[in-house]
Write a protein that binds this ligand. Structure first.
Ligand code: 5GP
Ligand code: ZN
Length: 115
């Protein structure tokens, strides 16, 4: 599995940086965002170092589908009943700050700090 020793999310995958983990399997890790924009704000992260959504190809279809399907399941498990927002920032102009693919999933009662 691809791993970038300088990448903060690869370090979280490797357990070198602590995180508040909500889910983990062989392909994905999910943890709470350190600066939440909403009462519940998790990041669904592939364990492999994929830089961004722009790098996804047909070989990633199952992985991408798994990320998408996991979001509602985890929101339900975390007690989010009023809906949620999913965001994937891609590249510089997409506002991506951590260059390791991740899906933000945010929910909980409004108002939220962003939006
Ligand atoms: P981006 O702008 O790349 O889509 O979002 C990166 C997100 O990762 C931000 O919301 C930021 O708060 C979160 N983040 C950055 N570093 C860490 C960290 O070390 N731990 C956790 N849990 N979240 C982080
Ligand atoms: Zn990485």
């Amino acid at each position: 599995m691809t791993h970038d020793p300088n990448c903060i999310f690869c370090k979280i995958v490797a357990g070198q940086i602590p995180s508040k983990k909500v889910f983990e399997d062989e392909d994905l890790i999910v943890f709470h965002d350190i600066h939440p924009w909403a009462p519940v704000h998790i990041l669904i992260v592939p364990k492999a170092h994929i830089v961004s959504h722009a790098e996804l190809t047909e070989e990633h279809q199952a992985l991408a589908g798994k990320m998408m399907v996991l979001a509602p399941r985890l929101m339900k498990e975390l007690g989010v009943t009023g809906g949620f927002r999913t965001v994937i920032n891609t590249g510089r102009d997409g506002g991506q700050e951590v260059m390791h693919l991740h899906m933000h999933v945010m929910g909980g009662p409004r108002p939220w700090s962003k939006g």
